[in-house]
Design a protein around this ligand. Sequence first.
Ligand SMILES: *Cc1c(COP(=O)(O)O)cnc(C)c1O
Length: 475
Amino acid sequence: MNYISTRGDQSPKRFCDILLEGLAPDGGLYLPDHYPEVDAATLSRWRDVYHQQGYAELAFEVLSLYIDDIPPADLKVLCAKTYTVEVFGTGEIVPLRHLENGIWLEALSNGPTLAFKDMAMQLLGNLFEYELARRGEELNILGATSGDTGSAAEYAMRGKKGVRVFMTSPQGRMSPFQQAQMFSLMDDNIFNIAVDGVFDDCQDMVKAVSNDLEFKRRYKIGTVNSINWARLLAQVVYYFAGYFQATQSNAEKVSFTVPSGNFGNVCAGHVARMMGLPVAHLVVATNENDVLDEFFKTGVYRVRASADTHETSSPSMDISKASNFERFVFDLLGRDGARTKALFGEALSRVGFFDLEAHPAFSQAASRYGFVSGKSTHADRLSTIKDTWERHGMMIDTHTADGVKVAREHLQTGVPMIVLETALPIKFAATIVEATGQQPDRPAKFIGIEDRSKRVMSMAADAQAIKTYIADKCS
Ligand SMILES: *Cc1c(COP(=O)(O)O)cnc(C)c1O
């Protein structure tokens, strides 16, 4: 399998070439040069694989269609090591629970940090360790986080050979639970840096370091952001696992509703559907930051300024632009790299938006690719959380609530609707209490986490300071 850029660079790369890379050299995102087709016989076989041999074996089946530069036996070991009961809490890994009439919740958030990002990041940790050892290289992951991504990255990379993580976060801005999760890690290869500033200051520091090419090369600086193809690929697997749990036969269709921010999660659903998974609709649910809902309703993709990006009670969906969206638009435009480049590389930086309403492809977003969308506000979130608690005795997190609200608007008779549960309510306890008057359950391993000793370095918002720090830790 070869990988190409969404902006037209066709020079073929293999999976392990792009594993440790971010953007393609032309500024585009990597995609496979085709989507392998899963025929009826394979889909039936995979159903049995999931039910009889488990999630890790299914993951191996899916991944091996896209990864042909890791020996199959090794890839199998990596999958088996990643998707275990110990790490994800159940044998199903992504168990399905019935919520109400036609709606199911697929639990993606029982991993170490209680958010769906663990599903991909845990695999990435094992892939990185494997590939770095094979090359005899090291990698220093530098990131900025305001919550979920940073902790998922740290829990995936902790103790991994050849990898260090330097994670900046805005001092005092994360919830006490999130701070405790990250700062209580004592592993030698994990470095938490609390920056005197806001999230944008952290991101600016990361950018400044990455723009210093000499430093970047010398200290092997890398990232684990959501545009990484391996992360997206890992997420394709649970669309299949959800389908096999919700249906009895491959003649049935399902729909998925996906609480969305950077479009990584639902883009994995798009890939699964392109492979032949019988999906009726992919329902994109946004919060008040409705860049994506606006596009699917009007054809206009308009990036927001920082000042127009709202801080909401589903903060992991607070985005000004959706970094993975370019992948879908590339497919929508018949994989026209020049056109994709004109939109994302030129129009967006020149005028901040593009409009596909008049383009013949736009109507195909729904008709051919199954995309529909909806949005949810703080008031919707509260009433959905309260309602599912009072009527079903089920507590759902704020992001999942956005999904349930929008899913209810897109139900079709006879088509099970699977809402992806992207975090556990304990991570966003304040809003849950606001909605229900009750504290959410806390998994046993997190009891008393706020009282554990913490390891975190305070730093001014200064790129030179972090360079000195990294250089010191690498010497
Ligand atoms: C990251 C995240 C999302 C958004 O996922 P994308 O892949 O960025 O669309 C939704 N919910 C939670 C809890 C998250 O952590």
